[in-house]
Design a protein around this ligand. Structure first.
Ligand code: 5RP
Length: 261
């Protein structure tokens, strides 16, 4: 086990560990994508191996599916599982209403489908992801490769009439070639700096031909679990209107790192 976890990894681990306490025996659970979600999959794998917890995980990317297999979390497709009890995922930003920007890891399409097919979505994050208004993190949108430059031009034209602070749109690259998502699409990153009306933007973006989905998650997240490197964990539940501060004096044990053996 890497004893010298960085402060940011400690924060992510604690958020992930706390969130896996919401998982009950027999649940079907959406498994998010990204570095924070990877901690959650490891923690869930530990519970499966140590406690005999019975869960079915529905991964939101090929990366997460591979990790789930490595750590012993049984997985199924969304079509096999059909409806989920819970999805736990990371986010790039969350605002006071628990609206999100997601897609930094290019998995926003599967992530949004899986979260929307769940009774509850829990976001796990370090405190740096909390913002007063969304938009400092570039907003990813997934577009089909056919005519992507036309889709980009249409997005740029649409942004002119919307309440955003900046309007640069860039194609996400993977080295010298466009990054290709699990669904064989491209990602455009919208550098908006501040989004005045995320709900409106989310609706308008999905009207543009070629745009498959956008990374704004509006009214989808129910709970956010925020980890801090010093052991503090905040659980904010938007439906209950509650904010609870807890302490978790726990570090990852060797068992958490089954995928690194
Ligand atoms: C992937 C995502 C991730 O959840 C988001 O980018 C956060 O990632 P990390 O936990 O690595 O900061 O939306 O598409």
């Amino acid at each position: 086990m890497p004893a010298d976890l960085s402060p940011i990894d400690k924060a992510k681990f604690l958020a992930a560990k706390r969130a896996t306490e919401f998982v009950e025996d027999g649940m079907k659970v959406g498994l998010g994508t990204g570095s924070t979600a990877a901690w959650m999959v490891r923690c869930l794998g530990e519970r499966v191996r140590e406690e005999g917890l019975r869960v079915i995980g529905v991964p939101t990317s090929t990366r997460t599916a591979q990790l789930a297999r490595q750590v012993g979390v049984p997985i199924a497709t969304l079509d096999e599982a059909k409806w989920l009890d819970l999805t736990i995922d990371g986010a790039d930003e969350f605002d006071p209403d628990l609206n999100l920007i997601k897609g930094g890891g290019a998995a926003l399409l599967q992530e949004k489908i899986v979260a929307t097919a769940s009774d509850q979505m829990i976001v796990i994050a370090d405190a740096a992801k909390e913002v007063a208004a969304l938009g400092a993190f570039p907003l990813p949108i997934e577009v089909i490769p056919f005519g992507w430059q036309t889709s980009k031009a249409l997005v740029e034209e649409m942004l002119v009439s919307l309440d955003v602070m900046s309007r640069d749109v860039t194609l996400r690259m993977n080295g010298a070639a466009p990054l290709v998502t699990d669904e064989s699409n491209y990602i455009l990153d919208l550098h908006l700096k501040r989004i005045g009306n995320p709900r409106q933007l989310a609706l308008v973006l999905n009207q543009i031909p070629g745009v498959v989905e956008n990374g704004l998650f509006i009214d989808i997240c129910d709970i956010v679990v925020i980890g801090h490197a010093d052991g503090r964990v905040r659980v904010k539940d938007i439906n209950a209107g509650s904010v609870e501060d807890e302490r978790m004096d726990v570090l990852p044990t060797d068992n958490v790192f089954a995928d690194l053996d």
